[in-house]
Write a protein that binds this ligand. Structure first.
Ligand code: NAP
Length: 247
């Protein structure tokens, strides 16, 4: 029986999810399985997609719909509900259930990457869907963190604050970019932080994987920091999606 999986998001052409699943289906001889890219102008277009796509079994969700999609779901897994963002949807008997695999994927890849003998304090740039998943992972790992947003909100730092208080940057030895700045095709953009306050003791993780080295990671590397992109996280969250769709 034909089974269709796919990715919904505002722009999805940058994504490696399709090539990941195409290769997986080929390798595993799953000839009736397909993974499609579904760009949606607005999240309301999801309803038409669900009506028109025969055999639709599972979806991944990307920017900017990880939070907006919640109201279209019949059920949300407890962990995804706690996070407040969904990046995986399982469709069974016409019912949609949402899950979050970003958080565990981030946690596993971060834990593997960071040296065990150091204490970390994090700055999380951006407050969207993946920021929420990252936040939950940092809580589990007992890593103290601050969020950074373009907008001044209670308990959240702004980029202007970092400008005026560079100590907040130099004293946060783990910096995580969860904004889309620098992602293909907008590779000339990056979060506005002072790289002169970053050095060899810093670990800089960019959730973006396309390009492999964003301008943000290049600048961090030039400042002597340790860097990591989001490719491993993408693969781990995709495998976790696969387990959910097949359960
Ligand atoms: N590697 C992976 O597996 C993986 C997984 C998840 C996400 N990602 C990547 O992470 C990025 C974010 O995805 P998302 O789903 O979290 O998106 P999202 O829900 O739209 O959130 C992005 C956040 O970034 C900030 N932002 C947006 N535009 C900005 C701008 N022009 N300047 C500064 N900040 C801006 C906003 O926070 P403020 O309004 O607070 O500034 C926004 O809430 C995407 O590039 C996505 O591909 C990768």
């Amino acid at each position: 029986m034909e089974k269709v999986f796919g990715l919904i998001g505002a722009t999805v052409s940058h994504s490696f999810s399709k090539s990941y699943f195409d290769e997986k289906f080929f390798r595993e001889g799953l000839r009736d399985y397909h993974y499609e890219l579904f760009p949606l102008k607005t999240i309301t277009d999801l309803e038409t997609l669900l009506k028109d796509t025969k055999g639709l079994t599972g979806l991944n969700v990307t920017i900017p719909y990880k939070e907006q999609v919640l109201k279209y779901l019949d059920e949300v897994d407890g962990f995804a509900k706690k996070i407040g963002a969904v990046n995986v949807i399982k469709i069974k008997d016409g019912k949609l259930k949402g899950y979050n695999t970003d958080s565990e994927a981030f946690l596993e890849t971060l834990e593997k990457w960071l040296p065990k003998d150091r204490k970390f304090k994090a700055l999380v740039l951006g407050t969207g869907g993946s920021s929420k998943a990252v936040k939950e992972a940092l809580k589990k790992l007992k890593i103290e963190y601050n969020l950074v947003s373009r907008e001044a909100k209670k308990g959240i730092l702004t980029y202007e604050y970092l400008d005026k208080n560079p100590k907040a940057l130099s004293e946060s030895n783990l910096i995580i970019n969860t904004t889309p700045l620098g992602m293909t095709p907008n590779t000339e953009t990056m979060p506005a932080i002072g790289f002169e306050h970053i050095g060899p003791d810093h670990f800089v993780y960019d959730l973006i994987y396309n390009p492999a080295r964003t301008m943000f990671l290049q600048k961090a590397e030039m400042s002597g920091a340790n860097i990591k992109n989001g490719l491993e996280m993408l693969h781990v969250q995709a495998e976790k999606s696969w387990v959910i769709w097949n359960n």
